[in-house]
Design a protein around this ligand. Structure first.
Ligand code: E4P
Length: 216
C-alpha cells in the first residue's frame, strides 16, 4: 500500500518525507491557495522533496483548458500527476492526457459509476473522497470496497487512491480492503506511528536500562 501526503505545506512535506515512508503527495486548489506560494514554484519544490507522484490540479473547467494546463503542469517534473475533476470535461481531458503518457488522477469521485468511467478514460489514479461522503451520512469506505471489487472483476489498471481521509481508522479500513494508495494529512500520518503503549513501554525499558548501568 502506498502512502501519499495530502498537503501543500512544504515544511510538513519535508519533515515527513525524511521518514522515507512518503510515497507521493496530493494537492488541491484549496491547499495550494492556503500555501500562499506561486503554483508552479510550489509544485516544483514538492517534486524535489518526494520521488513519487505529486498531484497538481487543473483549474480550467473545459477539456481544452484542462489539457493545456495539464500539459504545462506535466512539464514541471516527471513525477507530476495531473489532477482533473470527475466531470465529463475532466474525463475527456483524462483520456487525452493519458494518451500522451501523462499520469492523471481523477478526483472528486463520489460513486462507483464515476470510478468506472475514470478507469475507462485511462486514469492512473481515481480519488474517491471517503470523509466527504461520511460527512453527508453515506458510507465512504463502502464506496472504496465497491470500486475495488469492480476494478478487480474487469481487471482495470487504474489505482484506487482513497482521499479525504480524516483519521487513522479510515487508513485501517482502507488497508483491509486492499486499497492501492491512501492520501493523508500530516496529522493523520503522525497518528499512524504514535501509540501511548509504545511511549509507556519505551519509557519503562529506558528506566530499567539506566538503573542497570549496562552498555551496548
Ligand atoms: C486529495 O486529493 C483531496 O483533495 C483531499 O483528500 C480532500 O480532503 P478533504 O475532504 O479533507 O478536504
Amino acid at each position: 500500500m502506498m502512502i501519499f501526503l495530502d498537503s501543500a505545506d512544504l515544511k510538513e512535506i519535508e519533515e515527513l518525507a525524511a521518514t522515507g515512508l512518503v510515497d507521493g503527495v496530493t494537492t488541491n486548489p484549496s491547499l495550494v491557495a492556503a500555501s500562499g506560494m506561486s503554483f508552479s514554484e510550489l509544485i516544483t519544490k514538492i517534486t524535489k522533496l518526494v520521488e513519487g507522484p505529486v498531484s497538481a490540479e487543473v483549474t480550467a473547467l473545459d477539456a481544452k483548458g484542462m489539457i493545456a494546463q495539464g500539459r504545462k503542469l506535466a512539464k514541471i517534473a516527471e513525477n507530476v500527476t495531473v489532477k482533473v475533476p470527475l466531470t465529463v470535461e475532466g474525463l475527456k481531458a483524462c483520456k487525452a492526457l493519458s494518451a500522451e503518457d501523462i499520469m492523471v488522477n481523477v478526483t472528486l469521485c463520489f460513486s462507483l459509476n464515476q470510478a468506472i468511467l475514470a478507469a475507462k478514460a485511462g486514469a492512473t489514479f481515481v480519488s474517491p473522497f471517503v470523509g466527504r461522503l461520511d460527512d453527508c451520512g453515506a458510507d465512504g469506505m463502502q464506496l472504496i470496497e465497491d470500486i475495488a471489487k469492480v476494478y478487480e472483476t474487469y481487471a482495470f489498471d487504474t489505482l484506487i487512491l482513497a482521499a479525504s481521509i480524516r483519521h487513522p481508522q479510515h487508513v485501517y479500513e482502507a488497508a483491509k480492503i486492499g486499497v492501492d494508495v491512501v492520501t493523508i494529512p500530516g496529522k493523520v500520518f503522525r497518528q499512524l506511528y504514535t501509540h501511548p503503549l509504545t511511549d509507556l513501554g519505551l519509557d519503562a525499558f529506558m528506566k530499567d536500562w539506566k538503573k542497570s548501568g549496562l552498555e551496548i
